[in-house]
Design a protein around this ligand. Sequence first.
Ligand SMILES: [Zn+2]
Length: 321
Amino acid sequence: MSQAKSPWDEANPFDENELLGSSDSFDGLSDDGADLTGSSVGDASVAGTDEAAEESEATVTGRVLCVNCGHNLDGQPMIEQCPNCGHAITDSVHGDALLDTASENAQRLFEASNLVWYPTVLLTILGAAAMTFQLIQVRNVIEDAQMVFDLGFFIAMVTPAISILGIFVLTRRRTVAYYYARYSEPATAMRLAAYALIIVATICVGAMYLGRIIGEMLLVAWFAIPNVMFLDGMGKLMKRLARKKLAKYLHMCGFWAAVLSAAALVVMMLRRFGLQDVEVTAPRIALIWLTIISALILWGVTLRQFVLARRILRSLKRTGG
Ligand SMILES: [Zn+2]
């Protein structure tokens, strides 16, 4: 989940290529493709993209699928449109800046962002009210710290509803046709099935010996993965809007969302081993501090998120015209 990589590293921690263990260089291209700067496209796939001028002569040399219809663009000139559906080939290769595409695209995104914005505001207000209410009637520091943690955890469990919607309406670049074309080949489908089988088997075997721990890990994964993916996708979207600082910031948020999720898991593990019932002072204090620090970070992140979300909305609105 949390990798040693720098958070603003281009690499998506949930990059499907990594999940697939793909060694095909052209696969990597289409995913890093959201890179607006675009000039650093892998040489394996596109000849001579260092200069914008050279791009007019460049052709796609590798299996790059059209993000719109899944058609294989191998051998097509970069400046052309997909022969199958007419979508710009440059978009499939390195993700066109939204500024260069039709303004309806940005307009549509701006409208869709409301679907994510309002539930987020509502959830934050409810969560803040509940946590504040909990904190003003302090009885026992440990119990309260745990109640706040539970509340935070409950809110976290609801957030995937918003982030999954966000992934679908805002950050998804490729169509179902693309994924079908990419994964329907027998070799790829077999490989996917094998990975799925290994993961399910690992969880099942693990659950037999470490039942509750695996269950808790799955709970954390349930909110960690969609949230990190959504923040990462929003970062890529901001890059396509040429908002590099916002993009960097969103990638950083994705990184911290992963760190917080890992911290939540640590707190749950500490509780699992019954530290609240034992008369061991040090771990109890550690538990309290972990909870308080997590809550503070969560608040900081939430507040920054509001400022940021407003800038994103304005960004989209401006581009939409
Ligand atoms: Zn196409």
